[in-house]
Write a protein that binds this ligand. Structure first.
Ligand SMILES: Nc1ncnc2c1ncn2[C@@H]1O[C@H](COP(=O)(O)OP(=O)(O)OP(=O)(O)O)[C@@H](O)[C@H]1O
Ligand SMILES: [Mg+2]
Length: 330
């Protein structure tokens, strides 16, 4: 969590720095690789990601930067609706006729872009992990999607770090001249100018990188419904709500709308605001209409999936008198 907050701070700084074309850590104008920021662990977010719609996550970066590794962990998190399109897999199959000239690389990306669009159209979350070295190639991919559906993630691990990792031993071969057209050595990599996210993985765990892309994992919350007249809401009610929140529940407060009497003088708005003052957006509300005033009982079937918990307050809370609370409020 702490990391996440830090990341947001960095995003902000980076956005500001980018606006002024300065490196936010050194304060210097960015010279390394043109528009690249050299600060470690910079993650930049441009768009707010709407949570409910399936997306295309386009991971681009040098060989060994971490695209496939991050893609795998993203898929584990996202579940069966997510599909990975990985460079190596396609290079060995659908695109086995292509080489590594820029023309062939563009054809490679063109094919993958259309496959991604097809899968996205079926409602899938698509994780594309391809070096995709040219801006034009990535721009083509982007052009196939609505603005908010395409998340370009620059896995911006430095060439030095990728070469140090040399996962597949390819850098060594490229340096020895055994492989030609190798990205970063003998073939260009054009850094994205405005990716939605920018991640330098050096010294950062894979989990943290995935958190930055997808947001941290939030465990499913069970809902507790808390119904009452709350005339007015008082310490006893607040203690109960706090207890449910402490148990990790989502709390839905059911406010009964009842005719105004001396005993029940507060309208729904007033009572809702009293809870809000204490709990802010941690609690949600629904209103039980006045027409249910004659309501006798709540009936529920067996195994409806909900438990009924009759609240037993401790004696101190039990001794709170709503009448006295009302009196003190006059
Ligand atoms: N935070 C991180 N995220 C991803 N990978 C990391 C991270 N830290 C270290 N690594 C290591 O970096 C290496 C990345 O290799 P990976 O195969 O994922 O790169 P790639 O970008 O898919 O390369 P290629 O384009 O050649 O397929 C792995 O050995 C991985 O364990
Ligand atoms: Mg890979």
């Amino acid at each position: 969590m702490a990391f996440y907050k830090e990341v947001y701070k960095e995003m902000l700084l980076c956005q500001q720095a980018k606006a002024t074309n300065r490196d936010h850590v050194t304060g210097n104008c960015s010279t390394k690789g043109g528009n690249v920021f050299s600060a470690k662990r910079i993650i930049r977010a441009v768009k707010r990601q709407s949570l409910n719609k399936n997306k295309v996550y386009w991971l681009t970066g040098l060989s060994g930067s971490g695209k496939s590794t991050i893609a795998e962990v993203m898929k584990e998190r996202m579940g069966d609706n997510a599909i990975i399109l990985d460079g190596d897999v396609f290079r060995n199959k659908l695109c086995s006729d292509l080489g590594f000239s820029m023309k062939d690389r563009s054809e490679n990306i063109r094919r993958i872009s259309w496959i991604a669009q097809f899968l996205h159209g079926l409602g899938k979350d698509v994780i594309v992990s391809f070096i995709s070295p040219a801006r034009g190639q990535r721009d083509f991919a982007r052009s196939l999607f609505d603005d908010n559906d395409f998340i370009e993630v620059h896995i911006a691990t430095s060439l030095e770090e990728c070469e140090k990792r040399d996962v597949k031993g390819l850098y060594k071969k490229a340096r020895a001249g055994e492989i030609k057209d190798f990205t970063g050595i003998s073939s260009p990599y054009e850094e994205p100018l405005a990716p939605e996210l920018f991640i330098d993985t050096e010294g950062v765990s894979v989990e943290d990188c995935v958190d930055a892309i997808l947001g941290p994992e939030i465990p499913d919350k069970k809902t507790s419904i808390f119904i009452g007249r709350f005339q007015p809401p008082h310490e006893g009610h607040f203690a109960q709500v706090q207890k449910l929140l402490d148990e990790g529940r989502r709390v839905l407060i059911g406010l009964r709308e009842i005719p105004k009497t001396e005993k029940n003088p507060y309208d729904v708005e007033y009572r809702r605001n009293r809870f809000k003052e204490i709990f802010g957006s941690q609690v949600e509300f629904f209103v039980i209409p006045e027409s249910l005033e004659g309501c006798l009982e709540v009936v529920y079937g067996r195994k409806v999936g909900w438990d009924i918990r009759e609240v037993r307050f401790d004696s101190q809370t039990e001794s709170i008198s709503a009448t006295k609370v009302r009196e003190s409020m006059k």
